[in-house]
Design a protein around this ligand. Structure first.
Ligand SMILES: Nc1nc2c(ncn2[C@@H]2O[C@H](COP(=O)(O)OP(=O)(O)O)[C@@H](O)[C@H]2O)c(=O)[nH]1
Ligand SMILES: [Mg+2]
Length: 288
């Protein structure tokens, strides 16, 4: 009778090889299911930064607002669509002990990665500039920027404010109309995004780095539009339209040209930073 005998050393080698194969398989699996290679959104900070980001479509009036808030003046020369990010301290108190950085993000859709970079750092306040004189033609763009800001409002204390610009212009829509138009457009946008999520849901962790820049505007977090404490249960399709009040988004009519609404805007920014709104705390730039 033949008996197969396995040497103890052969058994040990076989066990080792098996263990090695299992660890390789686990490593490969972990790598393929990792959420990202190097995306900035994945390495985002967990704390709020002392910044005020100004975002919006090209021509929305971001740079004029930036100039008005930081230098107290409206640009005398016609502005051009900037490819660069402007940054300057925004003094919120007379003693300048609090001066967050105001960041004017370029509006061009090809430069959205820059906007993402600043939003990923959790600005205390995000100002979404919307051209109130051209909202009918630009509302989709405006709603996309607003949705983007809301998706990045991930920590308590972060504020999103819509600045309806060019309020001096007789063609400017009243704030109530801007609120209604944006709520409607954001709702339409969310439904489209949810429909898209249903077919190309990428919550399985596939990286989005290979997609084009414009795809940054697409929203992937279900329920992210919900206002304070109003999160949508995961998986539930959000079908009810929410007003901007529901979403805890303030809308202010502002003119960088005439100064209309600037003081109120600064007051709201101050409140977001917890600064008392006494007359002494008003910055020299803010005296209109
Ligand atoms: N009437 C008026 N025009 C404005 C105001 N703010 C900006 N503009 C004009 O709108 C255009 C775009 O402004 P700009 O700040 O460069 O927009 P950006 O592309 O968002 O930075 C320029 O021609 C500005 O002069 C405003 O408050 N009132
Ligand atoms: Mg600009």
């Amino acid at each position: 009778m033949t008996q197969i005998e396995i040497e103890p050393s052969t058994l040990a080698v076989a066990t080792l090889i098996l263990a090695l194969l299992i660890s390789i398989a686990i490593a490969v699996w972990q790598r393929s299911s990792a959420p990202s290679k190097s995306g900035s959104r994945k390495s985002k900070s967990k704390s709020i930064s002392s910044t005020v980001a100004v975002i919006g479509a090209p021509n929305a009036g971001k740079s004029a607002l930036f100039a008005k808030l930081t230098a107290g003046s409206f640009p005398s020369l016609p502005t051009y669509s900037s490819m660069a990010t402007n940054q300057s301290p925004l003094p919120l108190a007379a003693a300048s002990h609090l001066a967050p950085t105001l960041i004017d993000c370029p509006g061009h859709s090809r430069l959205l990665a820059e906007t993402h970079k600043h939003l990923d750092r959790n600005p205390r306040v995000t100002l979404v500039a919307v051209d109130a004189t051209a909202l009918a033609a630009t509302k989709r763009d405006a709603a996309e920027r607003l949705a983007l800001a809301l998706d990045h409002r991930t920590l308590p204390g972060m504020r999103v404010i819509v600045v309806a610009t060019k309020a001096d212009n007789p063609l400017a829509m009243p704030v109530s109309a801007v609120k209604a138009a944006l709520a409607e457009e954001v709702h339409v946008l969310r439904l489209a995004q949810e429909a898209q999520l249903g077919t190309t849901d990428d919550v399985d962790g596939h990286s989005d780095e290979d997609e084009d820049d414009a795809s940054h505007l697409r929203v992937r977090r279900k329920g992210a539009l919900a206002g304070k404490g109003k999160g949508t249960p995961e998986g539930e399709v959000e079908s009810n339209k929410q007003s901007l009040d529901d979403l805890d988004v303030k809308v202010l009519g502002v003119s960088a040209k005439s100064g209309k609404g600037i003081e109120e805007l600064v007051t709201v920014i101050r409140q977001a930073f917890g600064v008392a709104t006494t007359t002494e705390s008003i910055s020299p730039f803010m005296v209109l």
